[in-house]
Design a protein around this ligand. Structure first.
Ligand code: DNO
Length: 360
């Protein structure tokens, strides 16, 4: 398990590289050029600038999250080919900069979705929360307004320019079915995976968060069966998954441990976090500790360990604790605690294995 930490860039994050460097066992950053709009080619000078910043702290840039996919690609419009060309050029440039894994998602219009970014948890901390009934009743326009008003920093996946044409986008998706989305995804993969393969890059799709359709928009990367279908769209070692335990874990029917065993060769990147799912379908993001949520984090880490997982992992969102002012879900403290929990589990499994071997 190679531990990495998401960083939004100089002037765009409350967490500094100096702080990240001091978290035990963190070897690299999970980064992106957040100011480049989806669909544009990433400029080499900007990539190199991040490289220089990371180099100063001896942190690598092996993992990018995300190179966002333009809506025209998801919609299957004729204009997609130009955006796909840009995507390919970006893959080549990132490979030149030493990148090994590119995380992306294929969710129509919205990326991750929550109804409350600062839900009190009862102990003085707050966390990201999803209220099922609210999603059924809220107008998506209002949700976008609330999300953006709530945070001083632009939320990843909620960039204003991306959501500026919401009415037009909803209109465009009106007749797009799940099967259409699968076809558009396949077209995209067939175009980019040969370039990724030639350049030694693993593409890692992020599951839909939450893993079910919202606002009548189709969502397909939601469960084990669909992940299996996804991997069979194009059989390439570069066609992989960002296995996010928090996103998939919002549906209690998802057996994440079984997914790790089945897809282990195609998981270059793991997002490890816990959620507590309530009987009414609401869920809240909790600490990483197994006992605090409904996702078996200890079992998940054990499954990675048993499969000799050597990919990248990051703690995912954290709660907002100890009064920290930060990007919702992306503070320093709770994510650092999460890392120590993950290492604690991992090291205990290493020791147990060594003890078992020495007895033989
Ligand atoms: C939210 C993140 C997502 C994720 C993308 C990956 O905090 O988990 O925005 O980065 O879905 O493409």
């Amino acid at each position: 398990m190679r531990m990495v930490f998401r960083w939004f860039g100089e002037g765009n994050d409350t967490v500094s590289l100096e702080q990240i460097k001091q978290i035990p066992g963190v070897e690299g950053l999970v980064w992106a050029l957040h100011d480049v709009p989806a669909g544009d080619e990433w400029p080499m000078e900007k990539i190199e600038e991040v490289r220089r910043q990371a180099d100063r702290y001896g942190l690598h840039l092996d993992v990018v999250e995300s190179v966002n996919v333009h809506e025209d690609i998801k919609l299957g419009l004729p204009s997609r080919d130009g955006y796909i060309e840009n995507y390919k050029r970006t893959i080549e440039k990132l490979a030149k900069a030493g990148v090994k894994v590119i995380c992306y998602n294929f969710m129509p219009i919205f990326d991750w979705l929550r109804t409350d970014l600062h839900k009190p948890t009862g102990d003085g901390s707050t966390a990201l929360f999803y209220e099922k009934a609210k999603i059924h009743n809220i107008d998506p326009f209002e949700l976008v307004r609330t999300i953006n008003e709530n945070s001083a920093l632009t939320m990843p996946g909620w960039e204003p320019e991306r959501l500026a044409h919401l009415t037009k986008l909803f209109e465009a998706y009106r007749n797009v079915t799940e099967e259409d989305l699968w076809k558009h995804l396949q077209y995209f993969l067939e175009a980019i995976l040969p370039v990724a393969e030639q350049n030694g890059i693993k593409m890692a799709i992020h599951p839909d968060d939450p893993p079910w359709p919202i606002f009548g928009l189709p969502r397909i990367i939601t469960n084990q069966q669909n992940l299996r279908r996804f991997l069979s769209l194009v059989d390439s070692p570069s066609n992989g998954i960002t296995l996010c335990s928090g996103s998939l874990g919002a549906n209690p029917e998802n057996d994440i441990i079984a997914m790790i065993h089945e897809f282990q060769e195609r998981i270059p990147f793991a997002h490890i976090r816990n959620v507590r799912v309530f009987d009414n379908g609401d869920f809240i993001e909790t600490s990483h500790r197994t006992a605090d949520g409904t996702v078996d984090i200890a079992g998940i880490v054990k499954a990675y360990f048993d499969n000799g997982f050597n990919g990248y992992a990051r703690p995912d969102h954290g709660r907002h604790i100890w009064g920290e002012e930060c990007r919702p879900g992306y503070g320093l403290y709770d994510r650092a605690l999460g890392i120590m929990y993950l290492w604690g589990l991992w090291d205990a499994y290493v020791k147990a294995e060594q003890a078992a071997e020495s007895k033989q």
